[in-house]
Design a protein around this ligand. Structure first.
Ligand code: HOZ
Length: 432
């Protein structure tokens, strides 16, 4: 694998960009390497600036469910761009996209478009506080909800990778208003509700956790959260930034038959461009300005390139067989990886929820953040390096998911399984 140009560019980047990257996990620190710089992508493949080709399982961390540079999306964006790239004014496509979101999610009656998942969550928690007149928020250890002040406590994704319990710069008084409990632990949440009666504005949760690796909810877990929120009149916020339009067209909530009060969307809803959304019950959403007193705004909100891309993606996702195809490919990958691990006598656990999955280096089940932290990060690093060398581009962190797209072929999957077998074998051969 050639890396000359990437290494030189990283040196230049580090002089002018903190850590050389515009989002921490991209720096490859979690795997003790330096990043490859991407030049282009098509379908399920990406190429770095040194000309190395990879099968991509990052998929821009989730949005690229159709694969990269899908012709329908490229054409939609091209056509939109010829008409102007931003107006900071209302457009028809914003209405169409809002209508599409409302019809996809049973629990969403109204939706506001924003530019990132972080913004969607920031708005959702402000709404929850305004609606209830309460301050406290509950989140789950290892869940990640973007980088707004209140959400950086015991967070997953890059925060976990860097081993930070919280972020510097968040006022201690504000951090105190976020209470964290272990994921998949009904009793812990119950205890918090008992300890803080009438004080909890909202509970925010990834219905399928995917920022500590993939950790699906145990049977009944989400139902129990729903019940407690209803009983205590707290707002239930589902962060479906990753699972929205991925776990199913109607998100994880449609699989588990649960109505969140507010839902945060990002990634796929932006069609690979910067667009996200917060939606939910009308009586809560109508608190937003200009109707209500909760302020939220954005120059690039509902951007015309993003809404065009998004509508193109959602149209394709509604075709019959799309999610079945994703399931077939992802199940093939899971089965093949387990088989490769068995043949090479490597202890792994795979957590998979549809087209997202994680390979954990452990022989024990992984149900929460503590379990994730017990897995071998040393083995993950070596596995990652070997896969990269063999042309498989995984997220450079044990806390992120693998994303399968509709552009992956069976051949891509089988090549990945073979590479994983080689990587596992290598781990064992060179283990001391
Ligand atoms: N927050 C993303 C991972 N869960 C990373 C985004 C990025 O680095 O692009």
């Amino acid at each position: 694998m050639r890396k000359n140009l990437s290494d030189k560019l990283f040196e230049r980047a580090c002089r002018v960009i903190p850590g050389g990257v515009n989002s921490p996990v991209r720096a490859f620190r979690g795997v003790g390497l330096t990043p490859v710089f991407i030049d282009r992508a098509a379908g399920a493949h990406i190429w770095d600036i040194d000309g190395n080709e990879y099968i991509d399982y990052v998929g821009s961390w989730g949005p690229m469910i159709l694969g990269h540079a899908h012709p329908a999306v490229v054409e939609a964006v091209r056509q939109a761009a010829t008409k102007g790239t931003s107006f900071g004014a209302a457009t028809e496509n914003e209405v169409k996209l809002a209508e599409a979101v409302v019809s996809a999610f049973e629990s969403i009656e109204k939706v506001r478009l924003v530019s990132s998942g972080t913004e969607a969550v920031m708005t959702a928690i402000r709404l929850a506080r305004a609606f209830t007149g309460r301050d406290l928020l509950v989140k789950m250890d290892g869940c990640y909800h973007g980088h707004s002040d209140s959400m950086l406590v015991q967070a997953g994704s890059g925060v976990a990778e860097l081993g930070l319990p919280a972020s510097a710069g968040v006022p201690a008084d504000l951090a105190k208003k976020t209470i964290t409990v272990p994921y998949n632990d009904v009793q812990a949440l119950q205890t918090v509700f008992e300890k803080y009666p009438h004080q909890i504005a909202g509970v925010i949760v990834e219905p399928i956790a995917a920022n500590m690796g993939v950790v699906p909810p145990k049977d009944g877990y989400l139902q129990a959260i729903r019940q407690m929120c209803t009983e205590h009149k707290s707002v239930l916020i589902f962060d479906e930034v990753i699972t929205g339009f991925r776990a199913a067209y109607g998100g994880a909530q449609s699989l588990f038959h649960i109505s969140a009060d507010l839902t945060c969307l990002g990634k796929i809803v932006g069609g690979g461009l910067p667009c996200a959304a917060v939606g939910g019950r009308k009586e809560i959403m109508d608190l937003l300005a200009p109707l209500g007193p909760v302020y939220q705004a954005g120059t690039l909100s509902g951007n015309p390139l993003a809404t065009a891309a998004s509508l193109a993606v959602l149209e394709i996702l509604q075709k019959p067989g799309v999610y079945e195809q994703l399931e077939l490919l992802s199940a093939r990958l899971e089965k093949g990886l387990y088989e490769a691990a068995r043949k090479s006598r490597t202890a792994i656990q795979i957590n998979r929820a549809g087209s997202i999955l994680s390979v954990f280096f452990t022989d024990k089940p992984v149900n929460n953040f503590e379990d994730v932290q017990r897995c071998s990060s040393r083995l993950f690093k070596r596995f990652f390096a070997s896969m990269l060398q063999q042309g498989i581009y995984l997220a450079p962190s044990a806390y992120e998911a693998w994303f399968v797209s509709l552009a992956h072929t069976e051949r891509d999957i089988d090549r990945t399984i073979q590479a994983a077998y080689n990587a596992f074998t290598d781990l064992n051969t060179n283990e001391t």
